[in-house]
Design a protein around this ligand. Sequence first.
Ligand code: BG6
Length: 506
Amino acid sequence: MTATEHQQQTNPLEEGLLLRRTPDPCALVIFGASGDLTHKKLMPALYALMLRRLLPARFAIVGVARTDGDDDAFRSDMKDAVQKHARDVFRKDVWDELAQNMHYVATDFADDGGENKLQDLLTKLDKERDLGENRVYYLAVPPAAFPTIVDELGKRRSASGWTRLIVEKPFGHDLESARELNTMLREHFEENEIFRIDHYLGKETVQNMNALRFANGIFEPIWNRQFIDHVQITVAESIGIEGRSGYYESAGAIRDIFQNHLLQLLALTAMEPPVDFTAESVRNEKVKVLKALHTPGPKSVVRGQYGRGYVEGEEVVAYREEQGVAPDSMTETFVAAKLYVDNWRWADTPFYVRMGKRLARRETTIAIQFKRAPHPPFGEVASEGLRPNVLLVHVQPDEGVSLAIGAKVPGQGMTIRTVHMDFLYGGAFRTSLPEAYERLILDTLLGDGTLFTRADEVEEQWLLVDSIVAAWQRDRPSFPNYAAGTWGPPSAEDLLQRDGRSWRRN
Ligand code: BG6
């Protein structure tokens, strides 16, 4: 038995995973089967689910792409992908079981009758494996391909089984295109059949925000403007655009991260306790937060673009020197903003957010900074090393939660310093965390939309982004304005310094 298997069998804290319902028999059809997402995320996630026996016993995976190929070539390509990208050790018996359920269809839905090949195969698989005509369609293709595929799938819905549709980001480019997309999807699918992916919602530590807030009696009473001075949310990446200039040039940091991942983190931090954990209750609460966000003024938003620099000891090129990027590109690779949630709980409490590529290190954190103790009786010198309490949620890496508190330094006298009480996932649960896509695929198979974004949420997110982007048309910052490997442009520091605050560093 391998170490991982042993741990899975002996660690009682993993029981939660085993208690889940098993999904109905079904076929999962992946459009964009030859793409990066399928190789790096989807297939490794399916392998992890198979290894843990979380997939239905009667199941089929059908890869669809325009590239020529057959079942054997697809299986061998996917095997390589799993060996390279899976978080678990590769087990031949598990792979063989998964592979025998895998099929490939080379077709182009844009061609007349292009969809027939897929339908014929699905009908055959239904008969052979009794899949109940249940389908999950995964749109891992560029958005331009959505309308044709969705239209064809909509026309051929099965009368007996259920149908679900997973839609990858980007979900539109602005509010108008997102609305059009929502309208198009709803011509053929009900809202509860549409699973819009924001993979941050599938991350364990993001879900733990809900556990932290609503499973503990001590935080909720102080989770408001009376006790919290401000909140800082950071989504920092040390990587650059990784060859995705075609997409990134027209997206920029505001559409790539702010519109989705960042606003979701903010909504989960600020939302009211839902009455239960159903998709509708949770999403109702998130939408209320998004509606309460007002457009920040131009002075409250900072944009940046990286120049050359050093990241983790390696020299890297400027954004404008990346392949496929215009030499005078005005695309932002960094955004920082001061946002306000205009409601009773949060009035006048700033939410400072920042996100960017080629920053000093990879770090996603939510820092809840509490107000200072009103009157520490120790004198200024004694409490020089004391900072206000901070509850820090480490989304990644070093997943966990830490609370900064003041403590007495050992020795004579009374000197106070800030120390940290840490909960680390690795230490407490002694198991590797599931990848976001494992959770999201499984939830779709189970029909649970709690960790997916609803149409109105996405539209609210775009409303805010559109108003920020509209203000950008009026000025032209001088780019690049930060060196790769730093924490963004100096104006991002000014944003907080003006308020007598600073970004946290660790
Ligand atoms: C994606 C963005 O949605 O999220 C990428 O398109 C980004 O640009 C990625 O790198 C970050 O995801 P993670 O899970 O690595 O934090």
